[in-house]
Design a binder for this molecule. Sequence first.
Ligand SMILES: C[S@@+](CC[C@H](N)C(=O)[O-])C[C@H]1O[C@@H](n2cnc3c(N)ncnc32)[C@H](O)[C@@H]1O
Length: 375
Amino acid sequence: MGETPLDQGIRAARLGNFEEALRQYERAIASGGDLALAARGHRAWLFRTLGQYDCALEDYRLLMEAQPQHEEPLVRYAETLLQLGRADESLRALAPILHANPLNPLATDLLIRHQEYRGLRPAAEVCLPSADTLHARPPLNRILGILEQDPTSYPGSSCRELGVWLHALVRLTRPRTVVEIGTLFGQSTLYLAQALEENGSGHLCSFDLFEHTSYRSPVPGVTGAMIDIVRGHLEAAGLAHRATLHAGDSSSTLIRQFPDAIASFDMVLIDGDHHIDGCLKDWQAVAARLAPNGLVLLHDTNPERSGWLGPRHLIENLRRHAAEDYVALDLPTPDGFGIGIIQKVGTGCAGTWKVSLREQLAEWFHDRRLRGRRT
Ligand SMILES: C[S@@+](CC[C@H](N)C(=O)[O-])C[C@H]1O[C@@H](n2cnc3c(N)ncnc32)[C@H](O)[C@@H]1O
């Protein structure tokens, strides 16, 4: 049997030829029957990838009408509404499924994202990048373009302004060894690796727990466990040779990977565990290996916006206890999360302060206040 229009559409989408994919899905839908239903599901997914949420919602709605017994179109419909920030409508859409089965895995997965959405950031404050922000300049590569269009990527991943800034810093300072703590879906990884590729030298080591299980890559053909997905993103961008991914707790894995503590890291992005203790452990592991004049970039230094105390605590303690060894700047970013820039200017004692009981308690209360509704 020859290829159906649906097969041709899926193949075109995998190759990034989205216009052709949409044409073939349209043909498959026009032919009717099961093929049409499957093609509509694929087309809705592609519409979401392309940021055409209204078209995706319409396809999911037609699928819900055609297959009222199937739960997936309804959950995807509710998920798309949440991506658009229409959280109340999304919950209303999800209600019948949860009513029928409160433990339905697809629906509970979405419910957890609702809780994160509401618990971490009150709905009114959630700031998806505006079309203006996203399209102010073209993406640095095709894969970054696709990832940035996917609303699930932000605000977990850096915004484009920060990514472009990281890229420029690598192009300017030409580091040989770059370390990243906190890979997530690989967005900042791609910015750093792209810059190393353009430099024609240097390597990135990126550390993460790689524990996310509900993420689905918007890059056609990229699937698997979290670490395979990030590797897939790097491969699709032609950058896999510039980056090595390390799975596990960042500070202990880093120490295992670089046991000799030679001052070889030229640039480090710390964007992993944002608790006071986690940040401090990452800092101590990194500081012992930082090259003279090496740079450490610290994401989320504004606790009011990010909800985390660790990065700000680190900056303030470096200023207080290790000012002879490090210059520490704390810059606002357009989305309010803040970025710290630390440069090793002295011999580089990491700082020997301890987290006081008072600070631990303050963090505990802070976490409860911000995330209380999740527990
Ligand atoms: C804010 S995200 C990183 C975003 C990414 N740098 C970007 O801009 O695209 C934080 C990441 O840190 C990881 N993380 C949290 N605690 C960690 C730990 N102890 N060890 C390694 N990774 C950790 C999480 O799994 C998550 O993927």
